[in-house]
Design a protein around this ligand. Structure first.
Ligand code: ADP
Ligand code: MG
Length: 615
């Protein structure tokens, strides 16, 4: 619903931007006729500059807004683009347009190499590394006199004759920026873009649906660098120069400020930001040269505080205010507290039946997951120590044990989130020991986490669609519309877990129990044969617990899933499990059918007794 509202004004806004952009030279020309002495070129010049800035800022937002990557090296790739054009022209007499064509290639190459280094670190350390890389590139530009002209930079590039007219140059830059924008726009809506959003929303979850997070981060970093290279090349074209300050680390503030001003939440937000920034920059530096930085800082601060989505979110904010007064949609944001388990429509039910039909027969009892001598030590602590465990196909296998027994660690070892110190894990006959999470997910092990892990800002439907795209290896596709893929299949799965009515809501709005159901549906979407549930009912009320476990049992049966879960609530354990393994201090204490475990004196002593005491 929110998505639809936003879309209402998107196309008109883009239209207005384009028409407005096309009108700049004629309007500026009007000024020239009225007053031949005026510097009528100036508005065109500003317009050109704003176009280049939009390209630069949108390319930055590919990382920040879509993948959640904070880089401080983007100015360097912009500079590399400018230098590519300038150096090729001055040293090798390559025409500037040919240089412009090479700018993204060189910038992408530099971006790829530096991304390779920086992405070895995560988050904050990654950002710091990009800063260091940026300074390194600046130092090269500044000191390598024979090639870059050192602190002087390179000036006096010659444009081909047909571009010597400022209006034509403006349209040329506009066309180049337009082509780049179309390419980037199709990229962010594609399955590749879906993978980026998934990473931004939840890295761990992204990995466990089969996305190779590092590879995608490196890819988007490189692509963003390429587009920054085009922007830098265009800059060299219309300014006819390249100079080292373009790469200086403070220059990175510009795309950040522009993106924040315009809004990082929408594709064209930074373009809007670029035009606002250009006007502000011009007005403020003309009228308040000395207070420029303070004023600009103040304005950015005000925007971020008052409209965190930037100027592009103003229509949304107005809509929200209007709604607050009319109150009509208050109830539309569904109260997702109850579980809509029976909410599927009859047409869907038929299709679900069809999906179930091609699953395995329900009586194979082959060993599906075989764990041998698995250990994981944290320093001196043996969190998991020599565990042997076999989970049979279609079993509902519970692991119980006191806090700190090593259950979560064991799950993390199975799913590749932790590497074992020793031991083997085989799944369906394949050795998966020490494989990364995205490969284990692909092999058919799904999981829910002890803390619920979904993509909160994506819709419930997108959560499933993107998981399917990732799992089926489609997220490498940089074209096509992710939101149109696997829609029906995802809707069917949502119906199966009773979330049909919430398909279009942001997943983060749903109740805890329903978010658990999303996780379960994601596992189903991944075609997982084995699903690991780490304390599936933690934090739920008795009613929610009962509903959630009913759902788990029903779905497991319908979809022929094997379950491995750990749980503190003994009612849940004995109500659901067919096999129970007891862990204590990192080791398997015993294993058996629920009745056997319930009456085992040793288990009573270490665990059940303890629970009764606390009860
Ligand atoms: P459970 O899920 O059964 O409550 P865990 O697997 O979370 O137990 O923890 C087992 C033991 O390993 C605990 O003593 C815990 O403190 C320790 N542990 C778990 N993860 C780490 C870690 N990343 N670093 C150090 N110790 C850990
Ligand atoms: Mg745990």
């Amino acid at each position: 619903m929110r998505g639809l509202e936003r879309r209402h004004w998107r196309w008109p806004a883009a239209g207005i931007l384009i028409v407005g952009a096309l009108l700049v030279p004629p309007l500026a020309g009007l000024g020239e006729q009225l007053n031949p002495d005026s510097s009528a070129k100036f508005p065109i010049f500003l317009g050109t500059s704003a176009l280049v800035l939009s390209l630069w800022a949108i390319s930055y937002n590919l990382m920040l807004g879509y993948a959640g990557i904070v880089s401080f090296a983007h100015a360097a790739y912009y500079g590399v683009g400018a230098y590519t054009v300038a150096i090729l022209f001055q040293r090798y007499h390559v025409p500037v347009l040919a240089g412009l064509a090479l700018a993204p290639v060189v910038a992408a190459l530099v971006g790829f190499l530096s991304g390779l280094v920086a992405l070895r670190a995560v988050r904050l350390y990654f950002s710091l590394l990009t800063l260091a890389i940026s300074q390194l590139l600046y130092a090269i530009a500044f000191n390598w006199y024979s090639v870059t002209g050192g602190d002087n930079g390179i000036h006096g590039l010659e444009l081909p004759d047909f571009l010597s007219d400022y209006s034509i140059l403006y349209y040329f830059v506009g066309a180049a920026v337009g082509v780049c924008l179309v390419l980037m726009f199709s990229l962010v809506r594609s399955p590749f873009g879906a993978a980026l959003l998934a990473i931004r929303e939840n890295r761990e979850r992204a990995r466990s649906v089969g996305i190779n997070v590092r590879a995608y981060e490196l890819a988007v970093f490189t692509i963003a660098a390429a587009f920054a290279g085009v922007a830098g090349g265009l800059y060299a074209l219309f300014e006819q120069q390249a100079y080292p300050e373009q790469l200086y680390w403070t220059a990175n503030a510009q795309p950040v400020v522009i993106a924040l001003l315009g809004g990082i939440g929408s594709f064209l937000g930074p373009a809007l930001g670029a035009f606002i920034y250009t006007v502000l920059d011009n007005q403020l530096s003309k009228n308040f040269a000395y207070q420029f930085d303070i004023l600009l800082g103040g304005i950015v601060l005000a925007v971020v505080l008052l409209a965190p989505g930037g100027f592009a979110s103003v229509p949304d904010l107005i809509g929200q205010l209007r709604r607050r007064f009319s109150r009509e949609a208050e109830s539309a944001v569904a109260e997702s507290s109850g579980h809509a388990i029976e909410a599927s429509d009859p047409g869907r039910a038929a299709r679900i039946k069809a999906i179930q039909a091609d699953r395995l027969p329900a009586d194979t009892r082959e060993p599906l997951l075989v764990i041998e001598g698995l250990s994981r030590h944290f320093g001196g602590l043996r969190a998991v120590s020599g565990v042997n465990l076999t989970v049979h196909a279609l079993d509902r296998h519970a692991i119980i044990g006191p806090n700190g027994a090593g259950k979560s660690t064991l799950f993390n070892l199975i799913t590749g989130h932790l590497k074992p110190t020793a031991g083997r894990v085989r799944f369906g006959g394949r050795d998966i020991t020490g494989k990364p999470p995205h490969m284990i997910a692909k092999a058919g092990i799904g999981r829910t986490f002890q803390i619920t892990m979904i993509f909160p800002k994506l819709t419930v439907l997108q959560n499933l669609q993107y998981a399917m795209l990732a799992h089926r290896g489609r997220t490498v596709r940089p074209f096509g519309r992710a939101d149109r893929m696997y829609r029906d299949e995802a809707l069917d799965l949502l119906a199966a877990v009773g979330l049909g009515p919430y398909a279009e809501l942001p997943a983060g709005l749903l109740s805890h129990g329903d978010q658990r159901a999303i996780e379960l549906a994601i596992s189903l979407a991944l075609g997982s044969r084995l699903v690991l549930l780490d304390e599936p009912t933690a934090g739920m009320s008795a009613f929610e617990t009962q509903k959630a476990m009913e759902l788990v049992r029903r779905v497991a049966q319908e979809k022929n899933l094997t379950l491995l879960f750990c749980e503190h609530d003994m009612e849940v354990v004995f109500g659901t499990a067919q096999t129970v393994t007891v862990m204590n201090q990192g080791q398997v204490l015993t294993q058996g059918r629920p009745e056997e475990i319930r009456n085992d004196p040793e288990v009573k002593r270490v665990y059940l007794g303890e629970l009764e005491e606390t009860a």
